[in-house]
Design a protein around this ligand. Structure first.
Ligand SMILES: O=C(O)CCC(=O)C(=O)O
Ligand SMILES: [Fe+2]
Length: 332
């Protein structure tokens, strides 16, 4: 069973009417909208991936320090020196936009609503991969003003090519090449288990904002840079040294396209604060959780509008710690 709103594409709503604003079910309740600081542009840090060469090299050490500082204070940074020419990035955005401009029936071939094979009489079910809107669970859920084409690009043997669009003809090849080249750039400075999101943003239409020190700031328009954003898993692994920033996209009257690559830890791995970051002075602030369990929780949290860390109660609450201490005292 899928929720009836699951079939409602944002692009179709936008194309159908003279909307001055998105319909109500796409608009956050007033109390859930932290105050906006209009027009404040974030002076986000930049990291040159080209300089992150060999550890021990003086330049590389300076850049690695910059990267750590950026993840600590911002949770994100713009990336230069990734080696991907601007025309290549432009082609990816253009082909992606081209897909969303296809007629609805062509896009529907890749729908994230599929026939349920569970013998309940030919029902349908939602699964994340493919084209559509994100999972809708309830009538009350506030939905994102966004349609998505969601594809698992790696490991290669797990690609489900039936969800990879045939048109525009260049899209498949471009996504393959983008995956390969991003891998070379972004696997290098991180451990296996890390998780980052790499974004190729619309060059012309902004809207991405970051919550920093209680204020919403605009991410500036980027041209040839990519944007790296720390994910919640890296927050756990760094024992809270790196913070996954709260971010959102505000709508405008213009169409906006972005290509977002989520690097996820392999499902069988454990997520836990790294041992070197846990000690007497700073106890583990997060519980250990299987990457698969965390990954499964992401969609539930997304539908509920919560952080996955909060939804799955991965953070060790101070009170809880104190209580545990009390309990052990009683037994002593
Ligand atoms: O489109 C964007 O700029 C941001 C998208 C995003 O944050 C996400 O898909 O998680
Ligand atoms: Fe995001």
């Amino acid at each position: 069973m899928v929720h009836p709103a699951q079939g409602q594409m944002v692009q179709d709503i936008a194309a159908a009417g003279d909307l001055t604003a998105p319909p109500r079910r796409y608009v956050l309740r007033e109390e859930d909208r932290p105050a906006t600081t209009a027009g404040a542009v974030a002076a986000i840090p930049t990291v040159d991936m080209n300089r992150l060469g060999e550890p021990g090299d003086a330049d590389a050490d300076v850049e690695a320090t910059k990267l750590r500082a950026a993840l600590q204070s911002w949770g994100l940074f713009a990336v230069t020196g990734h080696g991907m020419p601007e025309p290549f990035l432009d082609e990816i955005l253009a082909a992606t936009r081209g897909f969303f401009h296809l007629p609805p029936e062509e896009k529907e071939r890749y729908s994230n609503v599929v026939v349920a094979n569970d013998g309940d009489g030919g029902g349908e079910r939602f699964q994340a991969e493919g084209y559509g809107v994100d999972r809708v669970d309830t009538d009350e859920q506030i939905l994102d003003w966004c349609d998505r084409l969601y594809l698992q690009v790696q490991p290669e043997e797990e690609r489900r090519l039936e969800f990879w669009p045939e048109h525009p003809a260049a899209l498949r090849g471009l996504l393959e090449e983008y995956t390969r080249r991003s891998e070379q750039v972004f696997r290098r400075p991180h451990t296996d288990n890390s998780v980052l999101t790499v974004l190729l943003l619309d060059k012309h239409v902004g809207g991405l904002q970051l919550l920093k020190d209680g204020r919403w700031l605009d991410i500036p328009a980027l041209t040839h840079e990519l944007l790296v954003v720390a994910g919640e898993e890296i927050e756990i692994m760094s024992n809270g040294v790196f913070m996954a920033p709260v971010h959102r996209v505000v709508t405008s009257e213009r169409e906006r396209v972005s290509v977002v690559m989520f690097y996820q830890p392999e499902p069988h791995k454990d997520l836990a604060p790294s041992e070197e970051l846990v000690g007497e002075e700073r106890p583990a602030l997060y519980k250990k959780i299987k990457a698969k369990d965390f990954g499964d929780g992401v969609w539930d949290a997304f539908a509920a509008g919560e952080r996955t860390i909060d939804m799955l109660k991965v953070k060790i609450e101070q009170e809880e710690e104190a209580e545990e201490a009390n309990v052990s005292n009683t037994y002593l």
